[in-house]
Design a protein around this ligand. Structure first.
Ligand SMILES: Nc1ncnc2c1ncn2[C@@H]1O[C@H](COP(=O)(O)OP(=O)(O)OP(=O)(O)O)[C@@H](O)[C@H]1O
Ligand SMILES: [Mg+2]
Length: 250
């Protein structure tokens, strides 16, 4: 009975999510079931992007023996926060392989799978290879230099997956370029605050008052706006440099 249920969870990550106590929103359920190899999630604050990605990471670690999942973000704190969410979900899932190693930035499961949260500094991440899932949290705010160091991690695994999740942050960087490119290998998911059943109109009105219209349109309406602090609009700055932009993922 338990084995049959575990098999059903392996096949349907939505069942695993509900066993963790989370009923995925429709877009989260679709993403969990699709499990795309390359995904860009452009999602409002508090829409549930970290939660759904944490579920994807946990599913990978449980049902792929010896999987290596790597979390990258602009800071230790953010990568660690994603790992904490994964541990919390794991703790609420009966019958999951036990944690045999548990550190602030790294966990290991009894099936040999590991989940590692990396700090946002490029130097520390060389030498990690054969990764089955790379997660880039707050991807609009991660340096392109760091992303270039992440890319070889997937090189030795034809089936390695990459998920980048973020709110917008200016008209520049890997996420902005990938989101607007015509590269169809990316599965794109867009979730504005108005699409999230848990975000109320009153909360949004408060946020608009405290953030002002420019920040609000980035954080909740997913607008890529020029950095208000910048003296020049992005297009002017880019014309001053080069028109050649190398894609980070071909
Ligand atoms: N399907 C769901 N059902 C119930 N609660 C959910 C669901 N998805 C996410 N949540 C809850 O909503 C809150 C925000 O989720 P989460 O942290 O994943 O959002 P986020 O988009 O990463 O937010 P932020 O932009 O602040 O990082 C959390 O308290 C989370 O537990
Ligand atoms: Mg988050």
């Amino acid at each position: 009975m338990l084995i049959a249920h575990d098999f059903a969870r392996a096949v349907d990550p939505v069942l695993m999510a509900t066993d963790c106590g989370i009923t995925p929103d429709p877009w989260q359920a679709e993403l969990l079931r699709l499990n795309p190899k390359r995904a860009l999630l452009l999602c409002s604050r508090q829409s549930g992007k970290t939660t759904v990605t944490a579920l994807m990471a946990l599913h990978r670690a449980i049902y792929e023996t010896g999987a290596l999942v790597v979390i990258v973000s602009p800071s230790n704190r953010q990568s660690g926060e994603m790992l904490r969410q994964i541990k919390k979900l794991h703790g609420s899932l009966k019958g999951a392989p036990e944690l045999v190693g548990d550190a602030v930035l790294k966990v290991e499961l009894a099936n040999g799978s590991r989940i590692i949260a990396l700090p946002g500094t490029e130097k520390t991440i060389r030498g990690i290879a054969g990764v089955s899932l790379v997660i880039i949290d707050e991807a609009s705010r991660v340096d392109d230099e760091l992303l270039a160091a992440v890319r070889p991690m997937l090189a030795t695994r034809a089936d390695g997956s990459l998920i980048a999740l973020t709110t917008p942050a200016g008209k520049r960087g890997f996420f902005y370029e990938a989101w607007h490119s015509d590269d169809q290998t990316w599965h794109r998911v867009r979730v504005a605050a108005s699409d999230c059943p848990r975000i109320s109109k009153e909360f949004l009105a408060d946020e608009l008052r405290s953030l002002g219209p420019a920040r609000y349109s980035e954080e909740y309406e997913l607008a890529f706006v020029d950095d208000a602090a910048s003296a020049f609009p992005t297009a002017v700055i880019e014309r001053a440099f080069t028109t050649e932009v190398e894609p980070l993922w071909a």
